[in-house]
Ligand binder design. Structure first.
Ligand code: COI
Length: 400
């Protein structure tokens, strides 16, 4: 099912790869011409892989200790997808390949000027033994918005989803048993062609690799995390590019994240650049607070990431009777909240155990125990993602 861009929480992009012209019909800007153009093509390619490797085993591999998964590349999958396309053309050429190093000129645009956007997605094993993705159309749309912001070529939604599906099928035995973790997928789009003067790359590379992962934070999935509110740097600026999933938005947070981790915090929460007062996001995820029956989260204003999990949790919480407000949340509101939690693909939904701001620490709930609403929404989200509860939203996308 392909959701509309409104359903995918379209951020404030200046341009879109899926533009609607005055005639009203959407124009697909780029598509993979030679591969990944349709589901039957994808099935055909899967059949080829099957015959090449004497049938894909979709059962979880017996060689992995599924109870000891962390978030890393310890169990990176052996097959990735790589496609390239000249700028200004829709002639994407791609294939499944062994996971391994890629060759780049030192003059590649991405290495010099940083044309790079990425996505985070998860394939999960369901209660009935199938393998599913969660709202992959939203990830495709977000990559297209980011690509437009950074003047990059970008695969169409169907090409994006088809490539991701192929990677999941090819690595199906790396999808952990239900409830033990997921196959984390990393679609990556880069300007790989060479260029010296500042300008967009003459060629683009889209690749998807993946790894079996468990909990993002070290303490385990539902162990509350401790956040330090950063008062030195901002993550992004109004009318900047904080709302894109650009690689360049992630390294600037490392200096504060590493320092905070040394002090025993799990991660850093950023405030807005204009007022130094309103919550933006954590280095790796979006943020929510709860007071009484009201759940608030910062609005999609262009400076925070339009998270797919964020959007889903907003809708799930509303369906459960909470009043959900997408509004400016001051640090004072957060310090006085009943609960705070974070959301993201990698993070899923993590309760916050404490917030530290200008030397004052506010604790939430009992030490080491997830707070009530965070737990309720985590169960609802993961229940839906793993088909333990019926998907009334149409978000779950079956792969095999
Ligand atoms: C994700 O949540 O999937 C992300 O891409 C965030 C990243 C920092 C792990």
């Amino acid at each position: 099912m392909i959701a509309s861009r409104a359903q995918c929480n379209k951020p404030l992009a200046t341009k879109s790869c899926l533009r609607v012209p005055s005639s009203g019909s959407p124009v697909r800007r780029l598509s993979f011409r030679s591969l990944s153009s349709s589901r039957s093509d994808a099935r055909g390619r899967c059949a080829q892989i099957r015959s090449a490797s004497n049938a894909i085993d979709t059962a979880p591999s017996a060689d992995i200790d599924w109870d000891a998964l962390g978030f890393g590349l310890q169990h990176v999958a052996s097959t990735m997808y790589v496609a390239t396309c000249p700028a200004g053309s829709d002639a994407w050429t791609g294939s499944l390949q062994p996971y391994g190093p890629m060759s780049l000129y030192p003059s590649s645009q991405v290495l010099n000027y940083g044309q790079s956007v990425f996505e985070g997605m998860k394939a999960q094993r369901t209660a009935s033994g199938g393998i599913v993705l969660f709202r992959p159309d939203c990830n495709a749309a977000r990559m297209q918005d980011g690509a437009a912001r950074l003047s990059m070529a970008c695969p169409s939604t169907s090409a994006f989803i088809s490539a991701v599906e192929d990677v999941v099928r090819a690595n199906a035995n790396m999808v952990p048993p239900q409830g033990k973790g997921s196959l984390y997928l990393r679609p990556l789009l880069m300007g790989t062609g060479p260029i010296l003067g500042l300008g967009p790359a003459p060629e683009y590379t889209f690749c998807v690799y993946c790894a079996a992962v468990g909990s993002y934070f070290k303490g385990g999935q539902l162990t509350p995390i401790d956040l330090k509110v950063d008062t030195q740097f901002h993550r992004s600026a109004p009318r900047g590019m904080g709302g894109t999933k650009a690689a360049g938005n992630y390294s600037p947070v490392l200096v504060q994240q590493l320092a905070a981790k040394k002090e025993g915090y799990s991660d850093v929460l950023y405030l807005d650049a204009a007022h130094d007062r309103y919550l933006e996001e954590v280095s790796s995820c979006n943020i929510f607070i709860k007071r009484g029956n009201v759940i608030s989260t910062p609005p999609i204003s262009g400076s925070i990431l339009p998270g797919v999990t964020r959007r889903s949790v907003v809708e799930l919480a509303r369906s459960k009777g909470y009043e959900v407000r997408e509004e400016q949340v001051s640090i004072e509101m957060a310090m006085e909240a009943d609960e705070v939690f974070t959301t993201g693909t990698a993070v899923v939904l993590s309760p916050v155990g404490s917030l530290t701001y200008e030397g004052t620490t506010r604790k939430f709930g009992e030490q080491g125990v997830p707070t009530e609403t965070a737990l309720e929404l985590y169960e609802a989200l993961t229940g839906l993602q793993q088909e333990r509860i019926p998907d009334e939203f149409g978000w779950v996308h079956r792969v095999c």
